[in-house]
Design a protein around this ligand. Structure first.
Ligand SMILES: Cc1cc2nc3c(=O)[nH]c(=O)nc-3n(C[C@H](O)[C@H](O)[C@H](O)COP(=O)(O)OP(=O)(O)OC[C@H]3O[C@@H](n4cnc5c(N)ncnc54)[C@H](O)[C@@H]3O)c2cc1C
Length: 385
């Protein structure tokens, strides 16, 4: 059984860790390689996670969650990611981006009917913000929703959308006024899977099997009832979701780093060189010590950030950026160090570290690149320090 020591964990968190770990061991571990190699979308595991309240544990029990906290969200994503970064990201998108946005900003119907189905994995959801024109500069999106005869008609393109080819519903961010008004003319809509949406799969090097796709919206007709939040207030919803998403991405990166460390430790205990197990060489011990020190530091900032959300501290968003920046970049570094300890075996396509190394890289890009996190932080420190 997995053992995590941290002063912020209660006995309820510890029970939850064991639950997520035993489910991950049973359902995710056996297919983690298949997800990566065959680009296999683990639909059935999404249902299992959903039935156990793990897709978004902070939702109330009546809505398919566990009425738990943001630390439980971080823990579930971290532990799942020890087994598969892809499933960590799927959980993060389904729970922290899609279910969270609809639960917090959706209409009564959306909250009552859609959220519980997302939480239990009955429905699959996508969060469609990024466009070919613009990723970091999300306020520049061009997909348009135009008012025509009491309805809205959506046209445009989105790219790199997780679960895009498998989704039943899409939270789509659109332009509902002049582009010059930037973030002030963006509106979020909830679209159901429909022939007006063309989804094309995109091949990516890591986090495979997550249904990454390009989406085209061709005259998709929706009504006022399909607006998530209010007209022209969609940017706020996107940023709110991305803040909690950044905490979750940091948690994926932490889980990947822990898995990389475990693989490296196992290897250096077994592998010998110059007549000795690798672990007996001082440089190898120092490498392990360095990785372990980084992991405990990454854990501290990730869990602390979750507490900033739970306690509604006003700097929670800056902490989300700090966590994402520090944990993602160190996760890539740890994956690199771990792979180095395996020599050529780490490069084998059959080795788990190879997958972790490729998966970790996305954590420095998705939900705001490292540079975007520094942009958020520099604006925050100018105001507050
Ligand atoms: C596998 C995968 C899954 C994804 N899933 C989703 C999803 O589900 N939904 C969704 O909406 N999006 C998704 N994305 C998109 C992701 O969020 C964007 O790729 C990301 O925000 C970066 O945007 P971009 O790729 O357009 O890079 P760009 O914005 O073009 O940036 C390119 C480079 O320029 C740097 N840069 C940009 N602006 C500045 C600046 N002002 N100062 C300094 N440097 C700067 C960036 O940091 C980056 O290094 C996904 C991406 C991937 C790869």
């Amino acid at each position: 059984m997995i053992r995590i020591k941290n002063s912020l964990l209660t006995s309820r968190h510890e029970e939850f860790i064991n639950l997520v770990d035993s489910i991950s061991r049973q359902y995710i571990d056996p297919i983690a390689d298949k997800i990566d190699r065959e680009n296999y979308y683990p639909r059935e595991v999404m249902r299992v996670l959903g039935k156990n309240g793990i897709l978004d544990p902070k939702l109330p029990i009546d809505y398919g969650g566990l009425s738990f906290d943001n630390l439980s969200v971080a823990l579930s994503v971290e532990i799942i990611s020890r087994y598969s970064g892809s499933l960590g990201i799927l959980t993060e998108v389904q729970g922290s981006l899609v279910a969270h946005s609809i639960y917090k900003y959706g209409t009564k119907y959306m909250v009552e009917e859609i959220v519980p189905k997302l939480a239990t994995g009955e429905l699959i959801g996508s969060f469609a913000l990024t466009e070919p024109c613009c990723g970091s500069d999300a306020a520049a999106i061009e997909t348009r929703a135009e008012r025509k005869g009491g309805e809205w008609v959506i046209n445009g393109r989105k790219i790199w959308i997780t679960q895009g080819i498998y989704a039943d519903i899409y939270v789509v961010f659109t332009r509902t006024g002049p582009k010059e008004a930037k973030h002030k003319t963006i509106t979020a809509f909830l679209l159901r899977r429909n022939n007006c949406i063309e989804a094309t799969p995109l091949e990516v090097m890591g986090i495979r099997g997550t249904g990454t796709s390009e989406l085209r919206f061709n005259d998709c007709v929706v009504g006022d009832d399909d607006i998530v939040g209010k007209v022209n207030e969609g940017f706020k919803i996107a940023m709110d979701a991305l803040n909690i998403g950044r905490l979750a991405v940091a948690s994926v990166a932490l889980g990947l780093a822990e898995a990389a460390y475990d693989e490296a430790l196992r290897w250096v205990r077994e592998r010998t060189a110059f007549g000795n197990p690798l672990i007996e060489f001082e440089w190898v011990q120092y490498e392990l010590a360095h990785m372990r020190a980084l992991i405990e530091t990454m854990r501290a900032i990730t869990y602390e950030t979750a507490m900033h959300f739970d306690k509604s501290y006003d700097d929670y968003y800056a902490f989300a950026s700090i966590a994402k920046l520090i944990v993602a970049s160190n996760s890539v570094d740890i994956a690199r160090r771990a792979l180095q300890l395996l020599g050529a075996y780490g490069l084998s396509v059959n080795n788990k570290l190879n997958r972790i190394y490729r998966d970790a890289k996305l954590m420095e890009i998705g939900e705001g690149t490292n540079e975007v996190q520094m942009r958020v932080l520099s604006k925050w420190l100018v105001k507050h320090d």
